[in-house]
Design a protein around this ligand. Structure first.
Ligand SMILES: [Zn+2]
Ligand SMILES: [Zn+2]
Ligand SMILES: [Zn+2]
Length: 375
């Protein structure tokens, strides 16, 4: 009975051992055994002075024993590893005696060793340079990104600024349009009167009828002028044209009056002729100004500058107040500076020159203010 028990136990133990060794055959144990064999071969090579071969064996042994110890906690591969490392240190000692140097698992001559170090140094320098290059590239890229972001920010800011400007411009434009909408009918009232006068002049009108037309014009003008002053519209082209046409008709009426009253005065005929001349010219001027005012109002002040139609771009026009337009001579004494009775001429005080143009016969163009271009 006892004998049977031992036999059964023996079978179990053997089975277990076979199982254990079976499991680890290709792994830890096998690797360790191979490593051990390599160590032995390394030792033999060392004894034979084959240092390189020995080093190869030891390194391979270390590799295998490392693998073996990775697969289990078994101590023996670790011990073997230490032994191999010690043997390598011993090998290095032997190698130094033979003037050999261990480098990356190889024994090299002094020259080879130094070359290898130089190569390695070169590689390190190249590697460092490459790293620096990449670093620089990265830095530049980041800088470019920052710059681009900054540019985008500036562009966006500018766009917003422009938008705001445009918005304000639109608001201002609308305000101006509304103001002009209020101005237009007031200006139109004056223009209507001016155009009516123009129409009368074409068919013919007598002195007293013309006078009442002028009264009407005066009334409309005063109302409009007050309005334009209050609204700050006196700088508009149409305002200036309406004012000149109005002034022209008023002056023509006073000339008419002068001519009518001339009979009782000295120089009666001269004065009458002169006054008639002024009246006619003023009518024609007022007609031109009135037409320009109409054009300007129709286009809401958007008239393109062009050669002035009155002076034809010459900037000056003949003086109408000279004895004969453009001569520069005093209209009363015709230039001799004396009155009919032999005294000094009351108009030129003896100079014989036209007071308005100081004897030059020319004055600044009334339409373009001497610019040669209208408006
Ligand atoms: Zn002109
Ligand atoms: Zn003159
Ligand atoms: Zn005179």
């Amino acid at each position: 009975m006892k004998k049977d028990f031992f036999r059964v136990s023996k079978v179990i133990v053997i089975t277990c051992l076979v199982f254990i060794f079976g499991c680890s055959k290709d792994t830890s144990l096998t690797l360790y055994q191979e490593a051990k064999q390599l160590k032995t071969e390394g030792d033999t090579a060392t004894q034979n002075g084959e240092l390189q071969q020995a080093l190869d064996k030891y390194l391979e042994a270390i590799e295998k024993s490392t693998k073996a110890s990775q697969k289990s906690d078994w101590m023996l591969p670790k011990i073997l590893q230490k032994d191999c490392k010690k043997s390598i240190e011993a090998l290095k000692f032997l190698a130094e005696k033979k003037d050999l140097f261990e480098y990356n698992g190889k024994f090299l001559s002094k020259e080879e060793y130094e070359e290898a170090l130089v190569n390695e140094g070169g590689k390190l320098i190249a590697k460092k340079k490459e790293e620096e290059r990449l670093e620089e590239e990265k830095r530049k890229l980041e800088e470019r990104k920052r710059e681009e972001a900054e540019q985008r920010r500036v562009a966006e800011e500018k766009r917003k600024e422009e938008e705001e400007k445009e918005r304000l411009r639109q608001v201002e434009l609308r305000k101006m349009q509304q103001e002009y909408d209020a101005y237009l009918p007031e200006a139109q009232k004056v223009l209507d009167v001016l155009e009516r006068i123009g129409a009368y002049l074409e068919v013919g009108i007598n002195y007293s009828d013309f006078g009442s037309r002028i009264q009407d014009l005066n009334y409309q003008w005063k109302k409009f002028d007050e309005f334009a002053m209050e609204k700050g519209k006196t700088g508009l082209i149409s305002y200036r044209m309406l004012k000149r046409a109005t002034d022209g008709y008023i002056l023509s009426f006073s000339s008419w009056k002068t001519a009518a009253d001339a009979a009782s005065k000295e120089f009666a005929i001269m004065e009458k002729l002169h006054a008639e001349n002024i009246r006619q010219t003023m009518w024609s001027y007022a007609g031109i100004f009135s037409a320009k005012a109409s054009l300007t109002l129709k286009s809401r002040e958007n008239v393109l500058p062009d050669t002035c139609p009155l002076c034809k771009g010459g900037k000056k026009v003949e003086c109408l107040f000279c004895a004969v337009a453009g001569t520069g001579k005093c209209p009363l004494c015709l230039g001799d500076g004396k009155s009919i009775s032999g005294g000094t001429c009351s108009s030129c005080k003896g100079s014989g020159k036209c007071k308005e143009c100081d004897g030059t016969g020319e004055v600044e163009c009334l339409l373009c203010d001497g610019k040669g271009v209208w408006p």
